[in-house]
Design a protein. Structure first.
Length: 288
C-alpha cells in the first residue's frame, strides 16, 4: 500500500508541475543565475534582452510586461547557424492559475533573472556541447502560460494571453539580428517548450528560404491523452482549458485543425501534430 501512496503523491506532484506551479524547473538545461556577466566554468552568463518593439504588436507577458530572450553570438564556423530554444515551464489553464503565474518569472519579465547561464545544448564549451557551442544560441523566455500559442485577454483579471504574438515578435527581432541569413536553423524546446517547438515547427520552416537547413527538436514535448490512476484524463482537461481560455485555436497548425477540432489538436496533440507537421525534419526525444 505504501508504494501506491508514493506513486499517487508523485503523480499529483507532476500534475502540479504541468499546471505551471513548479518553482524548480525551467524545462530546459539552462540554469538561472544572478552572477555577473562573463564566462563561468559551466558556460557563459547571458544577459536578458527585452523586445522593445513587442508592446506595439500587443506581444506581452501575462501581466503586460515586455517579453525577452537571451542571445549568445556564434563564432567561426558556427557564426551563420542559429539554435533557438523555447523555454518550458508548465501551463495555466484557468484565470486563477494564470493570475498566480503572472506574479512570477513564468508570467512577467519583471520577475525574470537578468542573466542565465547557458549549459547543455546551449553551452559555449566545445567539450560539453560539441555540435552547437559556436552557433548563435537563443533562449526565448516563457511568460504566456500557453506554449506560445494564445491570442486573447481577460480584462477583469488584467491577464494578457499573447503567446502567439510573443513568438512572432521574438522571431521578427531575431531575423533583424541576422537570423534571416542563417545557413542552418534549429528550433528546440523542452516540456512545454518542446510542445511549442512542435506546434511552431512548420511556421519556423516557412521563415527561411528553401536552401536553409531547418530542423525542430522537441525534448519531452509529447503529453499522452491517457487515463490516470484516479480515472481522470488530466492532460485532456488541461489542454482543453488552455485552448478555450487563451484563444489558442487560431495559432494551431492548419494541417491539424483542418481535420480536427481545435481542442483535440492540443488534447491528442503531440502524436497528431508530430505526424502532420511534415514540411521540416523533426526530432523527438521523450525520456522518463
Amino acid at each position: 500500500m505504501g508504494s501506491w501512496v508514493l506513486l499517487a503523491v508523485l503523480l499529483g506532484f507532476l500534475a502540479g508541475a504541468a499546471r505551471g506551479s513548479e518553482p524548480w524547473s525551467n524545462g530546459t538545461q539552462v540554469y538561472s543565475t544572478n552572477a555577473n556577466s562573463g564566462s563561468g566554468s559551466n558556460g557563459a552568463f547571458v544577459a536578458l534582452a527585452l523586445i522593445q518593439s513587442a508592446a506595439a504588436k500587443g506581444a506581452v507577458c501575462l501581466d503586460g510586461s515586455l517579453p525577452g530572450y537571451h542571445l549568445h553570438r556564434g563564432s567561426g564556423s558556427g557564426s551563420n547557424n542559429w539554435l533557438v530554444n523555447l523555454e518550458g515551464g508548465g501551463w495555466c489553464n484557468d484565470v486563477k492559475s494564470c493570475v498566480f503565474r503572472k506574479g512570477s518569472r513564468r508570467g512577467s519579465s519583471n520577475h525574470m533573472e537578468r542573466q542565465l547561464q547557458f549549459t547543455g545544448i546551449m553551452s559555449n564549451r566545445p567539450e560539453e556541447n560539441p555540435d552547437f557551442y559556436n552557433w548563435n544560441r537563443v533562449k526565448v523566455r516563457y511568460c504566456d502560460g500557453g506554449s506560445f500559442t494564445g491570442d486573447g485577454a481577460d480584462a477583469a483579471s488584467g491577464l494578457y494571453f499573447r503567446g502567439q504574438r510573443i513568438w512572432q515578435a521574438a522571431m521578427d527581432d531575431l531575423m533583424a539580428q541576422g537570423m534571416h541569413s542563417a545557413s542552418q536553423a534549429l528550433l528546440s524546446g523542452c516540456s512545454a517548450g518542446g510542445a511549442s517547438a512542435i506546434l511552431h515547427c512548420d511556421e519556423f520552416r516557412g521563415m527561411f528560404p528553401s536552401n536553409t537547413r531547418v530542423k525542430c527538436l522537441a525534448d519531452a514535448g509529447m503529453f499522452l491523452d491517457s487515463v490516470d490512476i484516479a480515472g481522470r484524463r488530466e492532460m485532456r482537461d488541461l489542454f482543453n482549458g488552455i485552448v478555450r481560455l487563451q484563444g489558442s485555436g487560431r495559432s494551431l497548425p492548419r494541417s491539424c485543425t483542418s481535420h480536427m477540432d481545435k481542442t483535440s489538436v492540443r488534447r491528442q496533440g503531440s502524436r497528431n501534430i508530430y505526424q502532420d507537421t511534415t514540411s521540416s525534419r523533426k526530432s523527438g526525444s521523450q525520456n522518463g
